[in-house]
Design a protein around this ligand. Structure first.
Ligand SMILES: Nc1ncnc2c1ncn2[C@@H]1O[C@H](COP(=O)(O)OP(=O)(O)OP(=O)(O)O)[C@@H](O)[C@H]1O
Ligand SMILES: [Mg+2]
Length: 571
């Protein structure tokens, strides 16, 4: 009896111990379920929540209790629920009473042996979104779900079937990762677009270059015809003048195309703000809505800043394009320039002002829609745009800010809804533009002269016409089609050559390289460089190296004659 009692007692103790152990484990499991970052849930066979952990509060903003008894479809947009119930073991809600084999999925699962769905990406609706009944979910989750079966419930013992008694699973919130992925794809897409634009730019530059050379030939020939035959053949002017003016106009446009197409290494040069405004306005005349009227308020003397004229031009163009975009029905577009001393009062007013003694300001003012505070606070952000035209990347102002920063300046924007916008770019002021040179004063006059000139250009027809023009002015001319040949010729004959005209853009040996070689042969070589584009880095470099002047192609015959004359008569 004693022994029996003892054993009983031991048994009770052991039972209690194991119960305690079970309780301990159970409470630990409960804790883990509670602190898990994913939603853990159990559904009845109809798909109603039987259990859901606290994570649902953080992810979907439901209290776990309020979901109990609710159907699973409550946390998904209807279309998404349709999809999910088609591809997973989640029971489709049929509204019928639960019974053996009633869950439609069970059939398939038996056939395929699939009882689990893992890593299914789903759109979920948080509580507030559910009220709005948004068609797209605001949370993205990864769901894992498995059906729960009970063989005991099947009446026919021989059947292999088991009764579907519900499902359980886990949902992880991957919204953040999805967003990061989306942002990454967007950045990648935009990068591709930028590369595409860059490639187009290079293509345009190439076309502009070749086109310019052809135009040079047309213009040169037309001018020659006019000079030599207009007096003898009546009425010729009527035909030849439009050719000349149209070619000049085309050359100007091509020059601008080349200028804007180029993506170059930044150069340091003096940039006149007024010339910049004028170029911009010329460009706008061809492109901008006629209902936008342009006005100026320019400083009495043209201010100069130091930097890359192309970059400044495209910064200004970005600001101007924004202004135009803000005035789809037309309005007023104003350009202003000014010079400000960077004194205490200025510093106080402009917190971004640094240590320049004076700042030159170029401003663009529009009477457009203006910006609200939210837009204003984000306008400099990369890829921030409010335009839904598909071509706006939201990079305009970002590049402007980069530009002013690298040029030691700053930008200020004043704007309000319906009040228009004013953008001020401040850059260190370096002086005023000098009055026009003697060369430009005598512009328009052909100057004759004597001497022997070597012209180097890879464009055959261009060489022909230049030779013709210069010979007509009294010079003797030799031509070379490439740099190497020219250097070879110069080595032999330099004593008889008074001036060299070199194209800067040549394949193989560049204009600059060619000039260097010639300088080695004769350090006092007189050279003029010719260029299809504006005052670019190459031109700047050759001028620094000692070239006398530069001329634009296609040549204006009078300008060419003057440049040649000046170079030959200077020391
Ligand atoms: N003058 C302006 N008037 C009204 N809103 C402006 C003006 N300038 C800029 N914004 C606002 O700032 C946003 C950002 O301008 P930003 O130039 O950086 O990009 P974008 O013009 O949208 O695109 P992108 O310049 O790349 O074509 C614009 O989408 C617009 O909402
Ligand atoms: Mg823009």
């Amino acid at each position: 009896m004693d022994l029996e009692n003892k054993t009983k007692k031991q048994l009770v103790l052991a039972l209690k111990k194991s119960q305690r152990e079970r309780d301990r484990l159970r409470s630990q499991l409960d804790r883990i379920i509670d602190i898990t970052a994913g939603i853990i849930y159990i559904l009845d066979p109809d798909g109603r929540f039987v259990f859901v952990n606290n994570a649902v509060e953080d992810i979907l903003h439901y209290e776990s209790e309020e979901l109990i008894g609710k159907h699973f479809s409550i946390i998904m947009p209807p279309a998404e629920y349709e999809r999910v119930s088609r591809v997973s073991v989640l029971p489709k809600y049929t509204g019928t009473k639960t019974g053996i084999d009633e869950a439609p999925k069970l059939f398939d699962e038996r056939r395929t042996g699939q009882r689990r769905t893992k890593n299914l990406e789903v759109q979920l609706l948080s509580k507030s979104q559910k009220d709005i009944r948004m068609m797209a979910g605001d949370v993205t989750g990864i769901i894992a779900v498995e059906g729960v079966y009970d063989r005991g419930l099947i009446a026919e013992k021989k059947s292999k079937a088991a009764a579907f008694v519900g499902s359980r699973g886990l949902i992880f919130d991957i919204t953040r990762y999805k967003k990061a992925e989306k942002d990454r794809l967007m950045v990648q897409h935009r990068l591709l677009e930028i590369q595409k634009i860059d490639a187009l730019g290079r293509l345009a530059e190439g076309i502009a270059h070749d086109f310019n050379n052809k135009l040079g030939t047309i213009l040169g020939c037309a001018e020659m015809i006019k000079q030599n035959f207009a007096s003898s053949s009546a009425g010729l002017d009527m035909y030849i003048d439009p050719v000349i003016s149209a070619s000049r106009h085309a050359a100007e446009l091509t020059g601008k195309l080349g200028l804007f197409a180029r993506s170059r290494v930044p150069v340091e040069e003096k940039v006149g703000l007024h010339a910049l405004v004028h170029e911009m306005v010329q460009l706008l005349e061809h492109t901008v809505d006629k209902r936008i009227s342009i006005r100026y308020s320019l400083w009495p003397q043209p201010p100069l800043v130091q930097g890359d004229s192309n970059q400044l031009q495209s910064a200004l163009l970005n600001v101007v394009m924004n202004a135009c975009d803000a005035m789809p029905q037309g309005g007023g577009l104003g350009f202003e320039t000014a010079v400000h001393a960077n004194d205490d009062a200025f510093k106080k007013k402009h917190s971004h002002a640094k240590d320049a003694a004076q700042y030159a300001r170029i401003s663009v003012v529009d009477s457009g829609a203006g910006m609200d505070e939210e837009t204003k606070s984000r306008m400099f952000e990369p890829f921030f745009t409010t335009k839904e035209n598909g071509s706006s990347m939201g990079m305009g102002l970002t590049s402007v800010v980069n530009f002013v920063k690298t040029h030691k300046g700053f930008i200020e924007v004043e704007s309000g809804p319906g009040k228009g916008t004013r953008v001020d770019l401040y850059l260190p002021f370096i002086g005023f533009e000098q009055p026009v040179s003697h060369r430009e004063v005598s512009q328009g006059k052909m100057v004759k002269g004597t001497g022997r000139i070597l012209i180097v250009d890879d464009e055959h027809s261009f060489l022909g016409i230049s030779k013709y023009i210069l010979e007509d002015l009294g010079y003797s001319v030799v031509t070379c089609l490439n740099g190497k040949e020219a250097v070879k010729y110069y080595r032999k004959h330099h004593a008889g050559i008074d001036l060299v005209i070199i194209d800067v853009m040549m394949p193989e040996l560049s204009g600059r390289g060619c000039f260097h070689e010639m300088k080695k042969i004769n350090p006092r070589v007189k050279a003029i460089v010719s260029t299809g584009f504006g005052h670019n880095q190459e031109v700047e470099a050759v001028l620094k190296d000692g070239a006398r002047d530069f001329i634009h192609k296609p040549f204006d015959n009078a300008k060419l004659s003057q440049a040649v004359f000046m170079a030959l008569t200077s020391k």
